[in-house]
Design a protein around this ligand. Sequence first.
Ligand SMILES: CC(C)[C@H](C(=O)O)[C@@H](O)C(=O)O
Ligand code: SF4
Length: 476
Amino acid sequence: MNTPRPRNLFQKIWESHLVQPETAELPAILYVDLHLVHEVTSPQAFSQLRERGLRVRRPERTLATMDHSTPTLPRDVRGHFPMADAEAAAQLSQLEANCREFGVELHALGSERQGIVHVIGPEFGLTLPGSTIVCGDSHTSTHGAFGALAFGIGTSEVGHVLATQCLLQRRPKTMEVRVEGRLRPGVSAKDIILGIIAQMGVGGGTGHVIEYTGSAIRGLSMEERMTVCNMSIEAGARAGLIAPDDTTFEYLARRPRAPQGEAWDRAVAHWRTLPSDPDATYDAVVTLNANTLEPMLTYGTHPGMGIPVTGTVPAPHQLTDASARDSLERALRYMGLTPGQRLLGQPIDVVFIGSCTNSRLSDLRAAAHVFRGRKVDSRVRALVVPGSQEVKRAAESEGLHDIFRQAGAEWREPGCSMCIAMNGDQARPGQYVVSTSNRNFEGRQGKGSRTFLASPLTAAAAAITGKVTDPRELLR
Ligand SMILES: CC(C)[C@H](C(=O)O)[C@@H](O)C(=O)O
Ligand code: SF4
């Protein structure tokens, strides 16, 4: 008898969703279980359908929300939302019209379950182990935390999936990123992923689907696992995955759209077969030691330019590669930082706690832990933006909003907010932002803005002291 070939998690999901395997000429055709939609990358896709007289193939497997262009201030006295500009307003009303015309469920601005697309999928219990999930958004990798193969697609592909529920894909390679050990107090999931990207570089995962393994990953909650998988794309990877386990099932068991009753039992039995087989292999393996990891901070203009918060900014002359040297020089010029300088003590202007990386309840609790009984430095503007209406309600029921407000921080409505600055929330030119989001590109948080990416603990600590601070100094 032949023993079955050992397979890793990615291979199991890929093979069970193949409508047609790839050939030399043609990519594979992959079935899509869940298609998430938002206002920025869907308008042309719906127009394509309209032009060709097509319908949405599986509206019941399509879910839309408004997040990127939504204002995070409540309705004004006349009951109107304070839109950033006409373009944002048009995107939102267009999504509403498209969803109505094509019969797609929409969680619109002002509704009870609205939120960032990568926050609400898991909340509903729609993000399921072993499934395929796509969205016209690079941070779709977030859903990989549940052992789903989830990745971002372009606008024309959004059209393909709307019309056919399938996608043309070349099979990616696989990479194991093994994180062993235990995080020390003050070190969080965000520091794991910033540490991994600092080590592998922003191109380190190119062409691969990463599976995160090891004791440190197993020890993370679902929300923490989402933070790690969220930034897989910032390492260049196609997607990030974590094998489902009891932590996953426990999270899903309480969700409104997850399978119920007998269907639940059948689902869990299937999900238990998904983890990589003991002898499964990967095309590449990378390791990181959690025991020695420190709170991380980026100093430059891509997420791979990260160092321990206690570290010093690297000097371009230490680099032998000319293009790496040029990009570091340019980054330090943009950031207004000096080679060899320490980051601790660097004055900052804005703190943003939010985004699909770090806007869930546990992130807000971590930040509140630092804010409690303290005041935001008088020179700092601090913005706390929950990832969804559900997160907002949960946080308010614990009184977290009071802690933030009493500290002098702004407590906002859910949305992408200052992660992408296309909704009215932005930093001014030259300002330094300590941000819990995932991208620190030039101008990302407003023209000329300078971003330090960090964990919620590190961001909150900076809000209190007005400068880059080791959060462990403020933990009690
Ligand atoms: C607007 C969208 C296409 C974009 C993405 O794909 O990631 C955004 O969410 C981002 O984070 O830059
Ligand atoms: S929160 Fe930021 S990273 Fe996430 S989907 Fe919105 S804009 Fe993209």
